[in-house]
Design a protein around this ligand. Sequence first.
Ligand SMILES: C[S@@+](CC[C@H](N)C(=O)[O-])C[C@H]1O[C@@H](n2cnc3c(N)ncnc32)[C@H](O)[C@@H]1O
Length: 189
Amino acid sequence: MTEAAPEALKGEDWAGDMGERWLASLDRFEGMIAPIGAALLAQADYQPGERVLDLGCGGGATTLAIAEAVGPMGAAVGLDVAPMLVERARQRAADAGSAARFVCADATTAVLDEPPFDRLFSRFGSMFFADPVPAFGNLRGLLKPGARIDLAVWANPRDNAWMMEVMGVVRRHVDIPPRRAARAGAVRF
Ligand SMILES: C[S@@+](CC[C@H](N)C(=O)[O-])C[C@H]1O[C@@H](n2cnc3c(N)ncnc32)[C@H](O)[C@@H]1O
């Protein structure tokens, strides 16, 4: 994870415009990536009592699922930089009577006032750091030594037909800069 984020992802304003856009179409976006979340949750196989940090949790759908898996003796904490998404996530947790908790902070610098986590999870919330090294350095400090990390990240566009179809159409009208190499990730789609 030493490579900087692709230019297209750098500096995306998730606490502002991007967060508002994600929130405006929350159900649609979550519906699109639901199968990936399900696959990642199945791989993670959370057990009762585990403490799990959900990085870039967005509207908190996966955090709620994790809270159910880890039960009352565990902890599911969603961390996100976008206040409007954290607000929605908290509302959902309250509506569902879920014990999931949410923190609004930038994962690059976040300091959490609680014990370290056993596990780190993220469905497409780990790809936006301008410089991943200090960001993951900070995240490491929030985890127990040996903590397991389960991430879903996009792989090469060539491996994703839906990206290539769209790019094909866009290329007919716009000059696209050269593609950067894919970055590391635990589960790649
Ligand atoms: C593509 S959305 C995925 C949301 C959620 N994981 C899901 O699957 O529904 C990316 C999320 O990462 C969050 N994010 C981006 N940069 C972040 C940062 N530096 N610290 C914390 N969260 C961040 C965004 O606010 C956004 O909610």
